[in-house]
Design a protein around this ligand. Structure first.
Ligand SMILES: O=C[C@@H](O)[C@@H](O)[C@H](O)CO
Length: 185
């Protein structure tokens, strides 16, 4: 990713957080990714690691309209993804290491209640709603609204080793091309 894209993404997310009443911690731990695919407006996410402890993790995220976090699962991490503001669509697939299958069903906890959905189904979360995603469940998400504040509360997070993307071209951390001054840490 270009440094200019990262600077722009952080500024846009700061404006969005502020507009929606989200106060960021001092020295936010920014994590901006285009998932190594070079098309941030389509495949990209802004994350802030709010708490990263041995036992648990909390993140605040921002996705603009049109930006998808591509299909992946975690082997270690169990997480709640929360729509903090806007409307968030999450698509789920039943566990299958090789493909995203539309066969079969899976149990997903939505707002604390187990629901049986078909593999490939999309769940739309409105502000305040959450899903609990257990290890091994493929998921992909994007805002339906004009941008979305997304929360994540999880067990221990290891972004270096615990993201299994369906698209093998994905790289979780992007190389940075320094084309302008770094405005944020
Ligand atoms: O589902 C999304 C999350 O697990 C993120 O925390 C992760 O960093 C995406 O690679």
């Amino acid at each position: 990713m270009k440094r200019s894209e990262i600077n722009r993404a952080i500024s846009a997310s700061k404006d969005f957080f502020e507009k929606n009443g989200w106060v960021l911690p001092p020295d936010p731990k920014w994590d901006i990714t285009d998932f190594g695919l070079g098309n941030f407006d389509k495949i990209g996410l802004v994350l802030i690691n709010l708490a990263e402890e041995e036992e648990y993790c909390e993140k605040l995220m921002y996705a603009a309209k049109g930006q998808t976090t591509p299909a992946h699962y975690h082997k270690q991490k169990k997480e709640d993804i929360i729509c903090r503001n806007g409307q968030l669509v999450i698509q789920f697939w039943a566990t299958d290491a090789e493909r995203l299958t539309d066969d079969g069903t899976l149990e997903v906890k939505i707002n604390g209640q187990y629901k049986t959905i078909n593999s490939g189904d999309k769940v739309t979360l409105n502000s305040g709603e959450r899903v609990t995603i257990v290890q091994g469940v493929w998921h992909e998400f994007y805002p339906e609204s004009d941008g979305c504040v997304i929360g994540e509360v999880s067990t221990a997070n290891d972004d270096l080793n615990d993201n299994y993307f369906f698209n093998r071209e994905v790289g979780r951390f992007s190389d940075v091309l320094e084309d302008e001054e770094k405005l944020y840490l």
